[in-house]
Write a protein of this length. Structure first.
Length: 86
């Protein structure tokens, strides 16, 4: 759809019976990148996977630590009763 500045009206072009928006570029099938680019992307993906696994291990270790600390905590002593009023 195209809006004209002067009138504000909208017009639509058609291509084989389908509405075509001239403001949207045609989507092409991506070309295969060079082998060096593919290798770089694979390497970076693998590094991210390793980092994610490290973060998961750290998160799990912290969770175990917190569970252990909570299980061994002593309950807070009961507060003392206020002095009786005479």
């Amino acid at each position: 759809m195209v809006a004209t500045a002067a009138t504000g009206s909208i017009s639509t072009s058609t291509l084989q019976g389908k509405a075509v928006d001239p403001n949207v570029s045609s989507r092409k099938t991506p070309t295969t990148p060079p082998p060096a680019v593919l290798a770089t992307l694979k390497h970076e993906r693998d590094r991210m996977t390793e980092r994610i696994q490290c973060l998961v291990r750290n998160r799990d270790a912290i969770g175990v630590y917190l569970d252990t600390v909570r299980a061994t905590e002593r309950p807070d002593p009961a507060p003392e009763a206020p002095p009786a009023l005479s």
